[in-house]
Design a protein. Structure first.
Length: 371
């Protein structure tokens, strides 16, 4: 038998709730493939608490650059506020490390293209956390749709209707373009519409609206969009933090069946429902049953896919053009909402005001210091 791949030496940047609650359990689940060797946080007390929680010999640093120089990790997991993602990701790539970074990977398409250039120069890769693609239910649905088993996709709905109060936005970096990159379009709904794009493929046109209806923020607290896909399907996308009855939902009506996912922050097989069209014979629906293995959508599942790519020396999922496409959709939604016109895939590039920032310097939306 060929020798097993070496355990990858991993560092985490940021030791707050997302790293302690999601990345650390993922590393423990893959303990045969990873070794946590370092952690970085500007808050020494929080860093010390994380190191105690992690156990073992985890080096502590308050500087990303110092950690990269001292430790030279294979993989860096980034769970800091969004405004730090580009700089920290580029630094890790330049040090030769692969990166798995929380969403959004960057605040703009311009920043994303800086990461793409750093990837090319280093030969390492940067992935963004979109863990909803990775549950067994999502994999199964993707295979059924791609194979044509459910018929042509026709109509879809993507809904992220959550609730966030004033205390949530009291955190200084939230609700500001320069530190969060946007409202629920960037920070909340992006998980669901990334999964929608993954299931339906390339989009061609977006029309949208956005508003600040409740919260005193620079960015929106609700957005809606109409989307045309390259395969002809039409979809609606709703992103809200104003909804007392919280739910995350995707529904896709195909010619032969409706597939629907309803959950909140993560899904399992039972959260996926298939409803055949009246003309579909019952024998055919046997193939639609959910897989025997029930793998929840999770950081654990996505980390496993990234480690597989690392072992095989290939680009990991949710990186490169694939991850950029989701960020481009966000930029297009903002541009369509703020300008009132349709936006087509590929039109936002250097020279477009929505390329360096999601607010596009629009007078009604740009922060006062930028207007």
């Amino acid at each position: 038998m060929p020798p097993l791949p070496a355990r990858r030496r991993v560092a985490v940047v940021g030791t707050g709730a997302i790293v302690s609650g999601s990345h650390l359990p993922a590393l423990r689940a893959h303990a045969d493939r990873t070794e946590l060797v370092a952690a970085v946080d500007v808050d020494q007390d929080r860093l010390d608490q994380f190191r105690e929680l992690a156990g073992g010999e985890v080096a502590g640093h308050t500087s990303v650059d110092a950690m990269l120089e001292a430790v030279r990790p294979d993989l860096v997991l980034i769970g800091t506020p969004p405004s730090l993602h580009r700089e920290q990701t580029v630094a890790a790539l330049k040090a030769g490390a692969w990166v798995l970074c929380e969403k959004p990977l960057t605040l703009s398409l311009a920043e994303y293209d800086e990461i793409a250039a750093a990837e090319e120069a280093s030969g390492a890769y940067a992935s963004v956390v979109f863990q909803h693609r990775y549950g067994s239910g999502a994999v199964h649905a993707g295979e059924l749709i791609a194979s044509g088993e459910l018929g042509a996709p026709l109509v879809a709905h993507c809904q992220t209707t959550w609730h966030r109060d004033a205390a949530y936005y009291a955190v200084p970096w939230r609700g500001k373009w320069s530190t969060e990159g946007g409202g629920p379009t960037m920070g909340h709904g992006i998980h669901q519409y990334d999964l929608l794009l993954h299931l339906l493929g390339p989009w061609t046109e977006v029309r949208a609206m956005a508003a600040r209806l409740v919260h005193d923020t620079e960015s929106e607290d609700v957005s809606t969009a109409l989307v045309r896909f390259a395969n002809g399907a039409l979809a609606t996308v709703v992103n809200s933090v104003l909804s007392p009855d919280e739910v995350s939902r995707i529904r896709i009506d195909c010619a032969d069946a409706t597939v629907e996912l309803t959950h909140l922050y993560g899904h399992r097989n039972d959260d996926w429902v298939y409803t055949p069209a009246p003309h579909v014979a019952s024998e055919r629906t046997a193939a639609w049953r959910t897989p025997a293995a029930d793998v929840p959508s999770s950081h654990t599942a996505q980390l496993g896919a990234l480690l597989d790519a690392y072992d095989n020396g290939v680009r990991p999922p949710n990186s490169g053009p694939e991850a950029r496409a989701t960020l481009e959709f966000a930029a297009a939604l903002y541009k369509a909402a703020f300008t009132g016109g349709p936006v087509h895939a590929g039109e936002i590039g250097p020279g477009d005001p929505f390329y360096p920032s999601m607010h596009g310097e629009h007078p009604d939306w740009a922060p006062k210091e930028s207007a």
